[in-house]
Design a binder for this molecule. Sequence first.
Ligand code: PMP
Length: 356
Amino acid sequence: MSRFWSPIVHRLTPYVPGEQPKIADLIKLNTNELPYSPSPKALAAMRAAAEDSSMRLYPDPEALALRTALGKRVGLTPDHVFVGNGSDEVLAHAFKAFFEHEGPLLFADVTYSFYKVYCGLFDLPYRLVPLADDMQVRIEDYAGPCSGVVLANPNAPTGIALGLGAIRQLLDMHPDRVVLIDEAYVDFGAESAVSLVQDYPNLLVVQTFSKSRALAGARVGFAFGQPDLIEGLVRIKDSFNSYPLDRVAQAGATAAVEDEAYFKESVGKVMASRTRLSAGLAALGFEVLPSEANFVYARHADRDAATLAANLRERAIIVRHLRGERTQSWLRITIGTDPQCDMLLSALRDILHRNS
Ligand code: PMP
């Protein structure tokens, strides 16, 4: 508390990020990073950019090479593409650019907890739309007056994805409002709404390099939408005087988009490990939600999730446990390498056996 704070600072409840522990040799399955290295071509491009004397110059403020590469991959021109420092920043700009209309912003209870934080920061009213009993998003619950809709697809922390039919239904329901689809986890098996961008002027699709491209450390996120939506984001970005991506991040991200083979290989490995891990957890008595993300959401029939998370931590394995009525009985477990998943399963087997 400080007498220097403005009223908004008093009102804010900041996001509590997943732990980034400083201890070595932990099996870190708590913040949905990829367990594999970024593309070697991306790393080489970043090294080259860092060592080039052009580092004395400001980076391309339009990040044109990166936006062109991203657009090309999905058949869109660069004026349909926005980039920012992580998709968190892209989301912040989008909340500011599109949701100051009458009516509450709609998003799920439960979903990515940053959405509430941005509503607090920008003073935007919101309405939480409960998930169904089976943790699915029900599109018909999103009807009614609103300032817009934000939907994580696949949802986090559940990992459950909706198909494009449901996304179309949502877009048709609110033709005069922006529908933001947060596709941070879309590359692990779900269908991207990017194919709908040309048909829907109210659609903004947000994605990230932090998950499927293993570049969380570079902080690069992006959005696809029709040019006037992108122009709205650019105006907000310029008004914040936020710097464009630095030279190293632009070079690495561009090379990563162009290395499709490496991307497919890492995503394929994660999806195969997800099937194995889900089966292993089910065999230990866990209910596992059908995930199309690089994590699974699981709960044990008769074990307390917070205690399980603490027991795993004692064995140097960290997973995510979220408080709250709908989430407290679940663990969100990032898909690691197969050996990491095996260590997790054998630690759980041991914990369950000892306490039985
Ligand atoms: N959206 C969702 C649903 C997420 O889980 C995350 C990562 N925690 C983000 C966006 C932000 O990711 P980044 O800023 O690393 O792109």
